[in-house]
Ligand binder design. Sequence first.
Ligand SMILES: [Zn+2]
Length: 209
Amino acid sequence: MGPTDDMTATGARALLVVDVQNDFVEGGSLGVDGGRAVARAISTHLGRHHDDYAMVVASRDWHHAEGTNGGHFPEPGAEPDFATTWPVHCVSTEDGSDYVPDLDLTHVGLHVKKGQGVPAYSAFEGTTDDGRPLAAVLREAGVDAVDVVGIATDHCVRATALDARQEGFAVRLLDGLHAGVAPATSTAAVAEMEDAGVVRAAVAGDVPG
Ligand SMILES: [Zn+2]
């Protein structure tokens, strides 16, 4: 099956909530400005629009406490380069890996974890608790379109949206429901996503004003 677009998507739609975790918002080890506001906005969106989705999926970056997780964390004593190595974050046994408390999990029906011992940016690299890959679960549910939201626009949201296109899903990036590390890389990431067929969409009530 080749990539579809919104005009040809006829099945169900899923919401993918990417990495809304304590380490990725203000005060976290890799905190993104605006992350907490995005968590609240996603919760508001879900409160209004959960019926629009056949499935709501949330991903978590989920790293081992020991070692470098395949070179994702710096070697002891080394500094992260913020390109391939990052400050220690989302260690599975620490609070930093928890969902942000402002994220309402009521409507989340599927939880995906990624990065156990390896670098992983896309939610499609993750698996459910019973070991199934995300794309297979979505297809089994008849999903052929996804809305992507979360943190960070220029890293894991980008990778998730691009992988969703690769997997053949119609993809929307919802305005006001994602936050990036830096403006320049976020702008570039959105352009790259659009080039890959991702459609930016504004859902009523999500964006103030
Ligand atoms: Zn990570």
